[in-house]
Design a protein around this ligand. Structure first.
Ligand code: SF4
Length: 296
């Protein structure tokens, strides 16, 4: 499949094949999971080739309407993303979500139960700990709107380890969807906003708990390749780190075992983009025998 996609891209780029709707659909279906890249002996970067082709046809033909609206009018403004999820909550409350068009309903089905408050709302009135040891934290759109409790727990762990957690209010979407679907102008605009938001934060490391955001931000240098901001973007990218990688050698024994077994799914953007596999398991098992939490 990957070889087929690469061939389509090559023939399109050398002018021997026009971009048809079917071909575009094949390229759009690539998830960028890199399963083909890691099993390919010379590691041909299918994900990058597909992204480059998408960027080219996005310029030539624009984006399909729904994606255009999502990229330009929802994901690029944090408050609009929150508003969109508030609407989903409302529609679910009045049980009208079954009236969504089929493709929208399929996407809505992927969303878990939505929390009452966003992360920023939960943070009101809570003071973050001050410490000489500081670490940045990138709050993803999903963190803020869907999993705020996870971030609260991450802060708790970091504060217990005596870190001050800095989450600048100016951060926006990492730009993963824009980057993946070839809306590079907007991907760069969002990247600039995030780089600017952390510029005055005085942190050496920017932690995240979202593997897709991590790998996107780690590619900010690639996004600005050949431009005057490339050095600054590379510097930012080099400071982005998965929270499990950061914690793996910091959590020490003494934790209370949890009477639970959890399942863990290796995110493609952790295991295949960043080679992160053992670190989450080490963090879950830290604290001696029996491990505080067993992952399956
Ligand atoms: S990156 Fe994943 S979805 Fe895309 S061609 Fe490779 S295996 Fe298929």
């Amino acid at each position: 499949m990957a070889r087929g996609r690469i061939r389509l891209v090559r023939e399109h780029l050398d002018g021997s094949l026009d971009l048809s709707a079917t071909m575009r659909n094949y390229l759009d279906l690539c998830l960028g999971c890199r399963a083909c890249v890691v099993s390919c002996p010379p590691q041909v970067p299918t994900d990058r080739i597909v992204r480059a082709a998408r960027a080219k046809y996005a310029v030539q033909q624009g984006q399909p309407l729904v994606r255009h609206v999502l990229l330009r009018n929802v994901l690029n403004k944090p408050e609009r993303f929150s508003l969109a999820l508030d609407s989903v909550k409302l529609v679910r409350t009045v049980r009208l979500n079954h009236l969504f068009p089929k493709t929208l309903k399929a996407k809505e089905d992927l969303l878990p139960e939505l929390p009452e408050q966003t992360f920023w709302e939960m943070l009101k009135g809570r003071k973050l700990k001050k410490s000489a040891k500081k670490t940045g934290f990138f709050l993803s759109c999903m963190d803020n709107n869907v999993f705020p409790q996870v971030v609260m727990q991450a802060i708790k762990v970091l504060e217990k380890l005596d870190f001050e957690v800095v989450i600048p209010t100016g951060i926006v979407c990492c730009g993963a969807a824009h980057h993946n679907y070839g809306d590079l102008d907007n991907a760069r605009r969002l990247a600039r906003q995030n780089i600017r938001a952390f510029a005055s934060a005085d942190v050496k490391v920017i932690l995240t708990d979202c593997a897709s955001c991590e790998s996107t931000m780690q590619s900010y240098g690639e996004l600005f390749e050949g431009e005057k901001e490339e050095g600054e973007a590379q510097n930012f990218a080099s400071r982005v780190m998965d929270i499990n990688v950061f914690l793996q050698d910091k959590i020490v024994s003494g934790s209370q075992p949890v009477d639970a077994i959890a399942t863990y799914h290796d995110p493609c953007h952790a295991v295949r983009y960043q080679n992160i596999k053992e670190e989450p398991r080490k963090v879950a098992a830290a604290g001696g025998e029996p491990p505080p939490l067993t992952l399956r």
